[in-house]
Write a protein that binds this ligand. Structure first.
Ligand code: HXC
Length: 260
């Protein structure tokens, strides 16, 4: 598929998806969401891709939201379809069996904040701004924000952010646990790739199982979660990586993981 609104680069196991509509501050329209859905499918099935990084084109915005000009005249039915499309694509990010890092390089508002929320790890440049300004447009978050934001920053902060539409800066986002690191803008991708490389040096089947187990912790009761964890833990013992990792430790050498 030819992409018009995103760019994809694959290098040394890391796929970088850049949302690329800088004139609209990388706002997400239907076409962009469909391209994202397609590329996630491709990257999921590409064994050469180990980690995915998502960022925005330009220095101003990660993604400034869903495309307001496209939403403006939507019928109730079209709005539901649009929300469901975004939810489906972002859920794909959450469920893809590879780590996904959001490198937030500027405004992450509305659907842009929701895109970041669906990623496994969020880091941001110092100029980044986060917010769910939807109520200021007479709507609510529709790409998962009402479900993921409270799980990540707690109910009180999520309600404050969503009810007021307030924007917060990167330092505040770090303080409330919305992101895990703030760096200078020109170091942002370097930092994301550094995290990706560190992950890639580990047992990647284990990383993928850890992702699934952690996701479960947000979705199921604690006993079911524990059972899921014990099963995933046990599955690691069917991998070459577990044998290599433990042998290497005991032989006092660095492990050579094969991701199987
Ligand atoms: C469409 C957008 C856009 C958006 C910016 N643009 N955000 N177009 N949808 N979400 C466009 C502007 O119209 C403008 O186009 C150009 O990008 C540059 O933006 P400016 O506003 O001129 O820039 P600036 O003054 O620097 O302000 C930056 C900003 C502001 C604070 C980020 O653009 C802004 O408030 N954007 C909207 C943020 C927002 O409300 N997001 C939530 C959307 S609702 P022109 O053609 O004039 O140059 C949402 C719902 C998700 O996300 C769920 C859906 C189901």
């Amino acid at each position: 598929m030819e992409y018009k609104n995103i760019e994809v680069k694959i290098e040394k196991g890391i796929a970088t998806i850049t949302i690329n509509r800088p004139k609209a501050l990388n706002a997400l329209n239907t076409e962009t969401l469909e391209e994202l859905e397609n590329v996630l499918e491709v990257l999921q099935n590409d064994d050469g891709v180990k980690v995915i990084v998502i960022t925005g084109a330009g220095e101003k915005a990660f993604v400034a939201g869903a495309d307001i000009s496209e939403m403006k005249d939507m019928s109730v039915f079209e709005a539901k379809k649009f929300a469901e499309l975004g939810q489906k694509v972002f859920r794909k990010i959450e469920l893809v069996k590879k780590p996904v890092i959001a490198a937030v390089n500027g405004y992450a508002l509305g659907g842009g904040c929701e895109l970041a929320l669906a990623c496994d790890i969020r880091i941001a440049s110092r100029n980044a701004k986060f917010g769910q300004p939807e109520v200021g447009l007479g709507i609510i978050p529709g790409f998962g924000g009402t479900q993921r934001l409270p799980r990540i920053v707690g109910v009180s902060k999520a309600k404050e952010l969503i009810y007021t539409g307030d924007m917060i800066d990167a330092e505040e986002a770090l303080r409330i646990g919305l992101i895990s690191k703030v760096v200078e803008q020109d170091k942002l991708l370097e930092e994301a790739y550094g995290i990706a490389k560190k992950i890639m040096s580990k047992g990647l089947v284990a990383v993928s199982l850890a992702k699934e187990a952690i996701n479960k912790s947000l979705e199921v009761d604690i006993d079911s979660g524990m059972e899921y964890e014990a099963n995933a833990f046990a599955m690691c013992f069917g991998t070459q990586d577990q044998k290599e990792g433990m042998a290497a430790f005991l032989e006092k050498r660095a492990p050579k993981f094969e991701g199987r």
